[in-house]
Every structure is written in C-alpha cells, then in structure tokens.
Write a protein that binds this ligand. Sequence first.
Ligand code: SAM
Length: 280
Amino acid sequence: MSMIDGLPPLRSVIAEHGLSARKSLGQNFLLDLNLTAKIARQAGDLSACDVLEIGPGPGGLTRGLLAEGARRVLAVEKDSRCLPALAQIADAYPGRLEVLNADALEIDPMAHLTPPVRVVANLPYNVGTELLVRWLTPAFWPPFWQSLTLMFQREVAERIVAPPGGKSYGRLAILAQWRAEARIVMDLPPEAFTPAPKVRSAVVHLTARPEPLHPADPKVLSRVVATAFNQRRKMLRASLRGLAPDIEEHLRRAGIAPTDRAEQVPIEGFCALARALAEA
Ligand code: SAM
C-alpha cells in the first residue's frame, strides 16, 4: 500500500522517527499494510463516516482507514514521538486526518467529530477494556458511535462475545451484548505484531443496537450482574442475598431458579431480575 499512499513502508517510518516500542504504552505495532486495510474493511463502508482511532502509533491502521476511504479520521495518540510520522500521513490525505496528542481516557472525542461516527482501533491492551466499558455505558443510548471495530487479546474478545453457560460468560459479555451485537471477525497470531505479544489477538466488531436487547435500568442491571459474577460459583440465592431480603422470591419472579449459578442465566434473565428489583 505504500504504492497506494506514496508513503514510506512502516519499518522505515519506525526507524526514521526512533519509535522503539514501549511496553508501558501497550505498543505492539502492525506493520503489514494489507493487514491494516483488512481490519479497516471490517468496519464497513466508511466513506460517509468520521472514524475515531485510539492509539495510531506509527500509523499503520490510520493509513489503512484512509486508503479504504474513511471520510475523516480523528487519531488520538498519547505518545508524542509518533506525531511527526502521523503528520506525514495527514499531509498525504489533506483535510482528512486530525491528530490529537492526548490520553484517550481524558478527552471528549465528540468535540472533534461529526456523526455518523465509527470507532476502529488496535487498542493499547492496558486501557482497552476500560474504553470499551465507557463506550458501552454512556449517559444516553444510542451512543455517539454506530459501531466499534476493536483489537483485543483473544481471551478478552471471547469474553465479549461469550454465550451463557461457559467460563468466558460474565459481566463483559452481558454489558456488550445487551446493548450491541458483537462478533469476532478476525483472528491474529502474535507474529502479526512488532514486537510480538505473548498471546493471540482478535478483532471484535460491535454494532450498537437502537435499543437494549431487553428493558432494564442500566445501574440496577450492572449491580445485579456484578454481584452475581463476583461469586460466580455460588448459587444465586446465596451470591445475591445482599441485594434484597426476599431475593429468592425476586429470582422466581424473573423466571430464574434460585439454585442456578450466574453463568447459567441468559441476559434476558438478568434484565427480568433487574426489573423485579427496581419495582420492589
Ligand atoms: N495502531 C497502531 C498499530 O496498529 O500499529 C498502534 C497500536 S499499539 C497496540 C497501541 C497504541 O496506543 C500505541 O501507539 C500507544 O502509544 C497508544 N496509547 C497507549 N495508551 C494510550 C492512551 N491512554 N491514549 C491514547 N493512546 C494510547
């Protein structure tokens, strides 16, 4: 793709700007532009969208997004060493790339974006889950984003898309699937990154549901789910005892056997329980 965008290969960019990877910033770079273009395509047609990218680093995915036709990209990067490389990309795509040298946890991206917005990122692992949880729990729904196309460690990706009944099913699965449709769209071996991490990675694509899957107050639901999975091996009548004195009654009203364990209960059951508790 260096032929397509006329920019130097990423290895040269890294050498030229001295971008040795820093573990503290979760830096595992993607240097294959065919691969970054493929990740960009998982987000669908971006020609009418602004894209929020967190952690562009030397810009491999940024170049993929722009070459694949994103209307505009806002790239938020904490490491100021990456700015000259990103400025070169901005020059190659006039008016289409804005770079913010900031911590993604500290900014309001909507001050810089025009809807519709999609988020695409090879996230720093140390803040990836925190950002996902924030994007899934805004004050109002639907959120600022139409879809999220995000790289995670494979184990985290599995926890996001997990169905009930297994070890991966928990708070993250319920939070994600209650408000979004989530699926794994790509699987990447450690060697796809420089330096190679210890574990496999996967890209998860989440599309915001117009309405949550079943009605429930988000705060009550979140408390019920957190309490249930805090002691996931216990029966719900024991693990949820602190939520209400007559918890067995509430569980039955929600169609849940009090002897069930948290991982056996589908999202619909947790929503019904949250409604029963809220009514009480
Ligand atoms: N997107 C690039 C790629 O695919 O090659 C780099 C991905 S690397 C896994 C994560 C990037 O996020 C790094 O460039 C790192 O400096 C940046 N980063 C880490 N913490 C950040 C934060 N809190 N806010 C913004 N960027 C951050």
